[in-house]
Ligand binder design. Structure first.
Ligand SMILES: Nc1ncnc2c1ncn2[C@@H]1O[C@H](COP(=O)(O)OP(=O)(O)OP(=O)(O)O)[C@@H](O)[C@H]1O
Ligand SMILES: CC(=O)N[C@H]1[C@@H]2OC[C@@H](O2)[C@@H](O)[C@@H]1O[C@H](C)C(=O)O
Length: 409
């Protein structure tokens, strides 16, 4: 029996230097981000310093992306393919861990654990009816991140923490956003209010008031990040391209304000936070509808992309105007995620941001734009191993904070 790693938990808490690998594969389905993070703690276990040792991105193949896109829609998902993907995608995670360890030059024996998000295929924070054990039906919320920790454990030899959203949901939360907990550790300022605006598949914002306590932090999904723009490119190119490089196609078009306004008349954008959304709402079907509407308005592909880019920028800025600024004074928006590489989108956000808010990047604060989430998940895993709660009920809406994550020793 493999019992060698059981004392690991106690040893981990006594150490002052910890090495954790954070693995994130987000809703844009572009691949896996892997960050090796060194965390220093003091005698009381309190966090002293966070260093990014190394970071790699392993892109998904077009073939894998197509499988995952099918699995994210009830109309196209099959349970045999889902089960295979649950194990299969873990091989990609193990591969990215091997690449990261090799690139870092750190011996794998020095790494304490892997903390992995997995691939969300379905996220349902709004309850649906499910048969109850004593008759009648129960309201059930649910979420599924595929990727089997046991496979990653076997391939890498390292303990793995996974399934990080489930416990918060079981405690009445939305199961996200989770990374705001880590944002507070990395970006909170004693003197100014800051936003961390992630532009991944979905856009999500963390609000860090000046000198805020955990209770003062809020976060929510603003709506689509790159998801609608990406789906338009994918559908228009028959899957050959999956994003608009640097926003160059959108830059050649002109957005249709009428269509942007139509799209902004949307229940999700109006809903008060806390709230979360995903591919279920702004995925392929949403983009197809937007393309149909663009077609009836005789918009070119470039105009359609400019319109989707403008919509994305508007949802990000309006979320700040409608839900943040009435309550919190903000001096800077720290953008991160793949969308920061879309110059057209960034310029639209810059032009629309209210005066007095600087548009910066997390990279300006030492956290590369594309590594924030992977580093965030490393920190969440670290907190769980330290035996500390790692969720923010004020953000997720849960009844209480929990230690989220299942440990595969
Ligand atoms: N050079 C580029 N030009 C334009 N867009 C880019 C570029 N590089 C990346 N992107 C965009 O960034 C996306 C990937 O972003 P990211 O990796 O932050 O998403 P994610 O982590 O999967 O999503 P989420 O944060 O929602 O979970 C790509 O799908 C693409 O739309
Ligand atoms: C269910 C799910 O995977 N949600 C993601 C998604 O991608 C962005 C946004 O929607 C965010 O709420 C969340 O991830 C981030 C990493 C989070 O929980 O902080």
């Amino acid at each position: 029996m493999d019992t060698g790693s059981y004392p690991m938990w106690e040893q981990y808490r006594l150490k002052r230097e910890h090495y954790i690998i954070g693995l994130m594969s987000g809703t844009s389905l572009d691949g896996t981000d892997a960050a090796l993070v060194r965390i220093l703690t003091d005698d009381s276990g309190a966090l002293q310093k966070i260093d990014l040792v190394d970071f790699v991105c392993v892109p998904y193949s077009n073939e894998l992306r197509e499988v995952l896109i099918r699995l994210c829609s009830p109309e196209t998902a099959r349970v045999d393919e889902l089960t295979a993907a649950h194990f299969g995608v873990s091989e990609w995670y193990a591969h990215s861990v091997r690449e990261l360890i090799q690139s870092s030059g750190i011996p794998s024996g020095q790494v304490d654990a892997i903390s992995m998000h997995g691939q969300t295929v379905w996220h349902a924070p709004i309850a649906s009816a499910f048969p109850g054990p004593t008759g009648g039906s129960l309201p059930v919320v649910s979420t599924l991140q595929i990727g089997e920790c046991a496979v990653v454990r076997e391939r890498t030899g390292l303990p793995v923490i996974g399934n990080l959203r489930a416990r918060d949901m079981a405690a009445g939360g939305e199961g996200g956003a989770l990374t705001p907990y880590a944002d507070a550790l990395m970006f909170r300022s004693p003197t100014e209010g800051r936003l961390v605006q992630n532009i991944g598949g979905i856009g999500n914002v963390t609000v860090l008031p000046a000198a805020s306590s955990a209770e003062g932090i809020s976060a929510f999904d603003t709506g689509p990040g790159n998801m609608v723009m990406d789906a338009i490119v994918r559908q228009a190119t028959g899957g050959r391209q999956h994003y608009d490089p640097n926003g160059s196609m959108a830059a050649q078009g002109t957005f249709d304000q009428g269509l942007v306004d139509l799209c902004l008349d949307d229940d999700y954008f109006k809903r008060l936070p806390p709230k979360s959304t995903g591919r279920e709402v702004y995925g392929e079907a949403y983009a197809a509808r937007l393309m149909e509407m663009a077609d009836t308005r005789s918009l070119s592909l470039e105009d359609t992309l400019a319109t989707a880019t403008c919509l994305t920028a508007e949802t990000i800025v309006r979320a700040v105007e409608d839900f943040v600024l009435p309550k919190v004074q903000i001096s800077a928006m720290l953008a991160c995620g793949g969308g920061t590489s879309n110059a057209t989108l960034m310029e639209m956000i810059r032009q629309r941001l209210p005066e007095g808010i600087r548009l910066e990047r997390t990279a300006d604060y030492g956290i590369p734009d594309d590594a924030r989430e992977a580093i965030g998940f490393a920190l969440l895993g670290h907190e769980a191993l330290m035996g500390r709660t790692n969720t923010l009920p004020a953000v997720t809406g849960a009844k209480h904070a929990v230690i989220s994550g299942n440990l595969t020793l």
